[in-house]
Design a protein around this ligand. Structure first.
Ligand SMILES: [Fe+2]
Ligand SMILES: [Fe+2]
Length: 473
């Protein structure tokens, strides 16, 4: 072995391993597949938890982080399923729970009663255990024989490192020592679960200890009511009709970028709503969950584009009353398939000339290159979302027109209580536009345009005329 030389000392084995490493047997296919199923289970449960906790998580930054991490997990689930199917004939047994203690482990984290415990469970227990498992796989397996798995693990580890970095910074800001101390017993319970399962990878000797469920004693219920943090003080406010402003040809393009940033930031409600479809639609092929979660993450990105747009324009977006009436209405009044119908109806309406192309053209005309760039990608994402809609919604109909009509019908069913919310004191539908516009004018160093400043159209009466234009997506 030591004397073996390659031709002119070129790297051997395509550079993937040393001769010693490749000569060590490592895991056989059966052992490899058994471990892969554990990583698959872990990513699947993590995806489920991120989705299940996103809607009712009030902190905007965490909603965005959970959207990304759900998406990353969905991709790795898909990759692991493919790899297992390369090595085994069906049935692949991918839906089997690999160890009862692992089920309790993830059930406990899903049921964590506070944001602080949730992030501790996710980022200090579950994801590190998965990281350890993937590193162990690379160390234990034969890098030549099992190269496709090694590659998959290396890619997954890259994104796991990003998730852990996010988690570490989040915990440092959110969880104080007292909270951590009071979580001690529960965190020990999570360790016991991993110990009983022989670690997440299952390669260690199982350490048996009595495991008593704490936060997962009761059946978990997905909370579909969206919540927001204190920077969203008026979530029922529908006092500024962005679409009426945007489509008014007598108004100049530059202030319209602010309305588009508002429309983008308001898209927080799409992940809140899509999470409810995903959480409440069981037994679909994994490609469904992957596509839907990709779209969910895109919509989170659209919201963050709005956030960046405001910050870049020198406007404090807390003065913009970003409502949650759409996700609240859909989540609480419609069934999951009806929500998907509404989403499809809105998104197919964004494709014609007056939709995403119009927004992009306005952004270019405004002279704000960032607004132009964001609308360009927003439009491109929308093309993908229309495809996702055709694949997973429209195919349920023999006539596509019927699918569109049904979406319209479902949306009309959602009661938006503009007057009722005002009468109940939930909002005054205050016109926040002049304040925001004046702030932007100061930052832009321009005189306010009286016509723009005077804009005062709400969603009370005008909605019906602009039905195909309002809403998210
Ligand atoms: Fe969007
Ligand atoms: Fe979309």
């Amino acid at each position: 072995m030591k004397e073996y030389q390659s031709y002119r000392n070129l790297p051997t084995l395509a550079g993937i391993a040393t001769m010693q490493e490749a000569a060590r047997p490592g895991l056989n296919v059966e052992q490899c597949v058994t471990r892969l199923k554990r990583y698959h289970y872990a990513f699947k449960r993590l995806h489920e938890i991120f989705i299940a906790r996103l809607t009712a998580e009030p902190i905007y930054e965490l909603k965005m982080g959970f959207s990304l991490h759900a998406y990353l997990c969905a991709e790795h689930v898909a990759a692991l399923r493919t790899r297992v199917s390369e090595m085994r004939e069906p049935p692949l047994g991918l839906e089997t729970i690999p160890h009862p203690a692992l089920e309790i482990f993830f059930d406990e984290i899903r049921g964590a009663p506070s944001t602080e415990l949730l992030v501790l469970g996710l980022y200090e227990k579950a994801i590190p255990a998965l990281q350890l498992a993937l590193e162990r796989h690379i160390a234990d397996t034969n890098k030549l024989a099992d190269y496709p798995t090694v590659r998959l693990c290396r890619f997954a580890l890259l994104e796991i490192a990003d998730m852990l970095d996010y988690g570490r910074k989040t915990i440092a800001q959110l969880v104080d020592e007292q909270q951590r101390a009071s979580a001690k017993d529960w965190l020990a319970l999570l360790d016991d679960c991993l110990g009983a399962a022989g670690a997440l990878h299952g390669a260690d000797k199982s350490v048996e200890s009595p495991i008593v469920r704490q936060y997962s004693v009761q059946t978990f219920h997905y909370d579909k009511v969206p919540k927001r943090d204190e920077r969203f003080p008026d979530p029922y406010n529908m006092g500024v009709n962005a679409e009426v402003f945007l489509y008014d040809q007598n108004l100049p393009p530059r202030p319209k970028t602010l309305m588009m940033f508002y429309k983008r930031l308001r898209e927080i409600d799409v992940p809140e709503m899509m999470a409810s479809i995903i959480a409440e639609t069981p037994d679909k092929p994994w490609a469904y969950y992957r596509d839907m979660t990709r779209q969910l993450w895109d919509e989170a990105r659209h919201a963050m584009m709005g956030e960046v747009g405001f910050v870049n324009a020198g406007v404090d977006w807390r003065k913009v009353m970003v409502n949650f009436t759409w996700s609240l209405g859909l989540n609480t009044q419609l069934k999951p398939f009806e929500r998907h119908a509404v989403l499809y109806f809105i998104e197919q309406g964004l494709m014609p000339k007056n939709g995403k192309r119009f927004e992009w053209e306005i952004a270019l005309a405004s002279g704000d290159p960032l607004a132009g760039l964001f609308q360009d990608y927003d439009w491109a994402d929308e093309v993908l979302h229309a495809r996702v809609g055709r694949d997973w919604y429209l195919k349920q109909f023999t006539d596509p027109k019927e699918g569109v009509r049904y979406g319209d019908e479902c949306w009309s069913k959602v009661l938006m209580g503009w007057r009722q919310w005002r009468d109940q004191g939930l909002t005054q539908h205050r016109n926040w536009w002049p304040d925001v516009y004046l702030d932007a004018c100061r930052a832009w160093k321009v005189e306010p345009d009286p016509k723009v400043l005077a804009f005062n159209t709400t969603y009370e009466a005008v909605r019906a005329d602009l039905k195909q234009l309002t809403g998210s997506g």
